[in-house]
Design a binder for this molecule. Structure first.
Ligand SMILES: CCCCCCCCCCCCCCCCCCCCCCCCCCCCCC(=O)SCCNC(=O)CCNC(=O)[C@H](O)C(C)(C)COP(=O)(O)OP(=O)(O)OC[C@H]1O[C@@H](n2cnc3c(N)ncnc32)[C@H](O)[C@@H]1OP(=O)(O)O
Ligand code: NDP
Length: 515
């Protein structure tokens, strides 16, 4: 019997960010392995014209929850969606709901965050720092609370090369930042943002670091732990391989590459691609929840959830694996054939962006205009290149994360728990994982039918022929223009033609002699 699964039995669990990518996988695993848990409270905001109930209904009816419904048929009775907006004071939770949360919650998993790299500092601070502070205040009033698990990111200290499982202080205290956001206007915040984030690449990593400081400062008597996952990718094994439901991290780029929009990037092939499957993060998170509640460590323990030091794979190798997966599982209606060129040179990437990305987009838009349709490719390409430029920081560097706490926890688990809550990525086969990832992107993000694969392969063949034809025509035109203008080019051309002619005569003569 799994001790961790048994631990969550009968518990009231509060999850923030349960409608997000990681939150859903966390909720699914909890219901599947501990169907006898009492209730999961989720803080949800109404969104895109959907009520809370509609949002919960949509989640429970997704493919992700198919297995859960078998082991926990009354799952919908065990989810209690609470209307909340983490941007509001007291999260805009009603008095009755707040009272219920304070009275019964045993465990908190704090997953909610803004993960946008370019979010305005005010908003990023509100969600990633102030909301964390407010949640800790709530937690301090919960008599039955056993553990508070905060999800941060391995990149909260990406300004360092070697990162230990400790909290590194930021120069300006989080409380001062929170206060200043209340009275500074947007223009001033914009001006001071680069100074505040310093050598971090964006407001996301900076505010996640501030969030960790808040956790440490406000921990009081609460049993707290912090999980720092690296780049979270599709599920590896559970509930099934390849599940993914948003474009963050590599998923959007896999689409862009598979559809042939993105063919080259400024990336370092040898840099470590520290991807971590979502189910691995969730397994570690649940194990940490159990360990923190049962063993009550004296200080806030931090757990790195990374793959680099256990089972490293670099971007170069990963891109080749992605390309190999596209051969087997092509995406429908690709714009161009997938390709993966890497350069670290900023001039080369400018050239490639012009020739390989912008020029085909402009030509395609010209074709759309000619055929009476609205041009859209140039706009799409510009947005894609902007996105890629924001990810460049992470694909041109390698980091070392120490994993002493994570390894310690692994050794504390019983063999059964190590199996049920597996977070040992040494067992991960990257080739297999990437293939399932690409399959998952095709099925769950693009919603493409597997039956369309032969047609997609045909389409790629056609694109390859068009590519060869186009290049040959371009070469002949360029050469013809050159010959018309340059004596040297003409001499080279006549030399090549006469050389080929002589070679042909020689072979013809020697074959006649043999006969
Ligand atoms: C698995 C291996 C990968 C290999 C890739 C394929 C290789 C094949 C060969 C290809 C050729 C070369 C490619 C090689 C690629 C090399 C490897 C790249 C791997 C990618 C590495 C990712 C690194 C991530 C680092 C993360 C570190 C921190 C991790 C965390 O803690 S948090 C989670 C990370 N957060 C995010 O990812 C959020 C990022 N997104 C944003 O911040 C914003 O969306 C934005 C980029 C600023 C854009 O904002 P906008 O206001 O412009 O609008 P919007 O958000 O509505 O989106 C605009 C359109 O762009 C689409 N989109 C959004 N995100 C992505 C994305 N990550 N990739 C691609 N496209 C994205 C969005 O859908 C919109 O589309 P539209 O509606 O059609 O306009
Ligand atoms: N994905 C990744 O690569 C990594 C993620 N992480 C961390 O993991 C955690 C989860 O990330 P992930 O699941 O990928 O992110 P998502 O963007 O998928 O989910 C974010 C969640 O936060 C909720 N949320 C955002 N704003 C509010 C608000 N004002 N009120 C209530 N809820 C809100 C969202 O709700 P709604 O559905 O209403 O928008 C959603 O449920 C984050 O803390 C992130 O920093 C760490 C490392 C890597």
């Amino acid at each position: 019997m799994s001790m961790i699964a048994a631990f969550y039995g009968g518990k009231s669990i509060l999850i923030t960010g349960a409608t997000g990518f990681l939150g859903k996988v966390l909720m699914e695993k909890l219901f599947r392995t501990s169907p006898d848990l009492k209730v999961i409270y989720i803080l949800v905001r109404p969104k895109a014209g959907q009520t809370l109930q509609q949002r919960v209904f949509q989640i429970l009816n997704s493919k992700l929850f198919e297995k859960v419904k078998e082991v926990c048929p009354n799952v919908h009775e065990k989810i209690r969606a609470i209307s909340a907006d983490l941007n509001q004071s007291d999260f805009a939770i009603s008095k009755e709901d707040m009272q219920e949360l304070l009275s019964y919650t045993n465990i908190i998993f704090h997953c909610a965050a803004t993960v946008r790299f370019d979010d305005h500092l005010r908003h990023a601070v509100q969600l990633n720092v102030t909301a964390t502070q407010q949640l800790l205040l709530m937690a301090s009033q919960m008599p039955k609370l056993e553990a508070f698990i905060h999800i941060s990111t391995a990149f909260s200290n990406c300004n360092l090369k070697h990162i230990d499982e400790v909290i590194y202080p930021c120069p300006v205290e989080p409380k001062k930042i929170i206060d200043s956001m209340e009275w500074l206007d947007d223009a001033i915040i914009d001006e001071i943002t680069p100074k505040l984030i310093g050598d971090r690449p964006n407001t996301y990593t900076y505010t996640k670091a501030l969030g960790e400081m808040v956790v440490q400062q406000e921990s009081g008597n609460i049993n707290i732990a912090i999980i720092r996952p690296s780049i979270v990718g599709a599920t590896w094994q559970e509930p099934f391989p390849g599940w993914v439901d948003n474009l963050n991290g590599p998923s959007g780029l896999i689409i862009a590459a598979g559809k042939g929009f993105l063919r080259c990037v400024r990336a370092t092939p040898m840099a470590v691609a520290d991807l971590i499957p979502a189910d691995t993060v969730v397994n570690l998170t649940l194990a940490v929840g159990w360990y923190t509640a049962v063993h009550r460590p004296k200080s806030v323990l931090i757990y790195h959830c990374t793959s680099g030091n256990f089972n490293p794979c670099n971007w170069g190798k990963m891109a080749l694996q992605v390309l190999a997966a596209f051969e087997k599982i092509p995406f429908e209606r690709a714009f161009r054939r997938p390709n993966a060129d890497f350069t670290t040179n900023s001039i080369t990437i400018q050239y490639w962006n012009a020739v390989s990305h912008r020029a085909p987009a402009i030509i395609y838009d010209f074709y759309l205009r000619l055929t009476g349709r609205k041009p859209r490719m140039t706009k799409l390409m510009n947005r894609l290149l902007r996105t890629v430029s924001m990810l460049e920081y992470f694909i041109n560097r390698s980091w070392e994360w120490s994993t002493d706490n994570t390894e310690m926890l692994m050794s504390e688990l019983s063999p059964e728990d190590q199996r049920v809550f597996n977070f040992d990525v040494r067992q991960l086969n990257w080739l297999e994982y990437i293939e399932n990832y690409v399959l998952g992107v095709k099925k769950y993000l693009l919603k493409e039918d597997m039956a369309g694969i032969p047609k997609a392969k045909q389409h790629l063949k056609r694109l390859r022929n068009i590519h060869y034809l186009f290049n040959t025509a371009l070469f002949l035109i360029a050469w013809r223009l050159l010959i018309a203008r340059s004596q040297v080019a003409r001499n080279v051309w006549f030399f090549i033609v006469s050389f080929c002619y002589k070679l042909l005569s020689y072979f013809r003569a020697s074959s006649t002699l043999k006969v």
